[in-house]
Each structure stands twice: as C-alpha cells, then as structure tokens.
Design a protein around this ligand. Structure first.
Ligand code: GDP
Length: 400
C-alpha cells in the first residue's frame, strides 16, 4: 500500500492533485485542515491536507489468489486471536477491559496522528522490545478489534479475513497504534471511494433506483432530485415505472410538483423511450421502480427490460437502495437477485434506525459494488449524504 499526503485550498483540489499523481484509484484515508506555520500564519487560510492510499498491484493480486505464505509470528497471532475469541464466546467472558476499548475510541478520534505515525519510517522501526508480553498484547488487541467488528455486525467471514490480513502485513513488534492505523487503512481501501452522480456529465443521464418496497427509494429520489435541482441548478425530470401502487406514483408526483420538475408514469418500454426523448433537454432523468418481491421472475424481467431499453448512447446508472435495518441474510438474497439483472451502486437508507453499520461493509464486500449515498432520516432533502468510508470505518472499529 502506498500512502501519501496532498494539499489544496479545498478537499477537491487536494484529492485531484492526488489523482493526478497516483491515478484514479486512490482512496482518501483522512482529510484535515492545517494552518501554515510561522510568523505570518494568521494571514493565511487553513489549507486542506488529504492523506490518500493506493493499493499496490501485488497486494490486489494477493487478495485475489491467496498464496500459502510461511507461518509467521503475526500469522499465529491472528489465528490465535480468532481461536481465542471463538472459545471465549462460549462463556462470553472476554478479558478486554473498559479502559482498553476507550483507548481505541480516543485513538480513532485522532486518526490523523495515527496515519502520520504509520507514514513515518522511524515509527515503523521503533519496535517495542519483543517478548511474551508484547505478543500477548498483540493477541489481546486483535481480539478486541475482532470483537468490536462482530459487535457491529460485520460478518464473521469478513472480520476473520481482516484480522488475518492485518496479522500478515504487520510486523508483530509494531506498536498497537500502527496495527490500528493499518486495519483502518485496509478497511477504507476495501470500501473504496464512493461513486456518486457526476455533476458535469453528458445529458440527459438516466438514473434508475431499484430495491425492495419500503426501503425509501422514492424518498431518496426526492432528496437527490432536490439537491440536483435546487443546490446545483440542474434540470431534472422524474419518471416512475411503479404502476403497482398508486400511492407511490402520487408520492413522487407530489415531490415533482414541489420541485417544479416534470413527472410521468411510464407503463411500457416504448413509453420509457418516448419520455427519455421528450426530456432530452434535462440533465438528469431519475426513475423510480416498483419495489416488488425479489423472487418474482416476471417482475424482475419487466424491470430489466426498462433498464435495458435505454439507448446505449445515453449515460445510464443504476442504484440499488437497501435499508441498513434489513437482516444480513435477507440483504444477501436481495443483492444477489438484483445482481442477476444489472450492475449497480449501493445506497443505504435508515442509518438513523440502527446503531450497527456492519452490513454496509458486508454488502460492499459481497457485491463488490461501489458505495454511493447513505440516508439518515425522513427529511427531504436534508437527510442524505455521500457515504463516508472514514466515518463508517471509525464507527466499525469502535469509534463514536
Ligand atoms: P419505497 O417504497 O422504497 O419507495 O420507500 P418510501 O420512499 O416510500 O419510504 C418508505 C418509508 O421509509 C417512508 O415512511 C419514509 O419516510 C421512510 N424513510 C425513507 N428514508 C428514510 C431514512 O433514511 N430514515 C428513516 N427513518 N426513514 C426513512
């Protein structure tokens, strides 16, 4: 993994500088505003400093085809931690103290400092004296992290993978700070950069929102339509192919009226093409779809035909909307069913109704799709934001 820092007047400027030098695949680890040092520092505005990382080709390949590396102390630490955890879950008597987990919380608050440390070669080399005690400390630390991930409902499979990877890449003599910083970086890289609706794209861009009934598709469309039309002064049109529920179409029509944007119910693929032609002067055509049972083949075919009928010349996106409150196993079968129809990016709704975000990580890993937005309340348009890997990973590791 290559980690570097870039500066700019804004976050966008700093990240663009990183992309220019390191390529589009860079992932932002942390962003902070720093004041220039020196006598005249008060005259300067703080500058934005982005710490970015890039997974090296060799690491990516390693992930794809696990090789049988010789067992190191770190490997055995990871394995021990997991075995110990599993044994301990039987009697649920963990030996993690409150003090230790609070320590992690504080460290995550100051993640910039941890990243600085892992950037510094000196710190890597400043190894603790290695003895039984420090080995015990590493095992305890891995157990604590594993336990926290499981508490946050990260699937056991992914929690195991993370602990194994961290065990393999870390020098067992490194400090706990370096281990924590490494697991934070690994998880952020796994989430990747969120992919959102591009603002300056070729128009019209047709954007489908798919997903089960009641997850918040219509509300999310209203939030995004409002952001695009009001904040970014873009021309938007709303369509719905949901002809099953009159209330759903009415709901979207109401939002269209409030935003003063065109709205149409579309019954057939011919009507879809006519509508897209009719609104060819708008920037974005947002399409609500029927949230039918993901096991109903006829309904799935109908949805696929709407998505596939869009002229190939046009820009097209599909967002799968999922609720963060849905059970893990149900989320897997929903995501798998929709994967058979189309590729998609992920939107998670109702983050305000759950305290555990493990499913965001699980689904991102399972589908290999990009994360895009999250919503955290019913208010249109305020309760939506671009997914932040940094905030989510901090929370998954036990931060606030
Ligand atoms: P659809 O059937 O997928 O189109 O879902 P709707 O947009 O009709 O939303 C279903 C319900 O979920 C409504 O009561 C919304 O207000 C609610 N809802 C949508 N997004 C959120 C959210 O982020 N948090 C909470 N708590 N409720 C939401």
């Amino acid at each position: 993994m290559i980690i570097k820092k870039f500066q700019g007047k804004t976050e966008e400027e700093a990240v663009n500088a990183a992309k220019k030098e390191m390529g589009e695949n860079v992932v932002v680890m942390n962003v902070k505003f720093v004041k220039k040092k020196g006598l005249f520092s008060i005259f300067y505005k703080p500058i934005c400093e982005a710490t970015v990382a890039l997974e090296e080709e060799s690491e990516r390949n390693l992930r794809k085809t696990p090789v049988n590396k010789p067992q190191t102390i770190a490997d055995s630490n990871a394995a021990k931690a997991i075995t110990a955890y599993k044994e301990q879950t039987k009697d649920t008597s963990f030996d993690f103290t409150v003090g230790e987990s609070q320590g992690i919380e504080q460290k995550l608050e100051n993640i910039s400092t941890l990243l600085e440390k892992s950037l510094s070669k000196e710190e890597e080399e400043k190894e603790e004296e290695f003895n039984e005690d420090s080995q015990d400390k590493s095992v305890k630390f891995l157990k604590l992290i594993y336990n926290t991930l499981i508490d946050n409902e990260v699937a056991e499979k992914y929690a195991n993978e993370l602990i194994e990877t961290i065990g393999q890449i870390n020098n067992p003599k490194s400090s706990v700070d370096i281990w924590l910083s490494n697991i934070y970086q690994k998880m952020i890289l796994k989430f990747g950069q969120p992919v959102t609706i591009p603002l300056g794209s070729k128009s019209p861009r047709v954007i489908f929102f798919i997903g089960p009934t009641g997850v918040g598709k219509t509300t999310t469309i209203a939030k995004l339509a409002s952001l695009l039309a009001v904040n970014h002064k873009k021309k938007v049109a709303l369509l719905t192919t949901d002809t099953y529920r009159i209330a759903a179409a009415e709901q979207l029509k109401t939002y269209a009226n409030i935003l003063e944007v065109p709205f149409k119910v579309v019954y057939t693929t011919e009507e879809m093409n006519e509508s897209v032609k009719k609104y060819s002067d708008v920037d974005y055509i947002l399409v609500d779809t029927a949230g039918h049972s993901h096991n109903n083949e006829d309904q799935k075919d109908s949805m696929k035909s709407f998505i596939d009928c869009i002229d190939e010349e046009l820009e097209k996106d599909v967002y799968l909307v999922l609720s963060a409150t849905t059970k893990y196993r149900d989320l897997l079968s929903i995501a798998d069913a929709y994967s058979k129809i189309t590729e998609y990016k992920l939107i998670f709704t109702k983050l305000d109704e759950t305290t555990t975000l493990g499913n965001l990580f699980n689904l991102c890993m399972h589908t290999k799709s990009s994360m895009s937005y999250v919503t955290c309340g019913q208010n249109v348009p305020d309760d939506i934001e671009v997914f932040s890997p940094q905030t989510t990973v901090k929370q998954l590791l036990g931060g606030k």
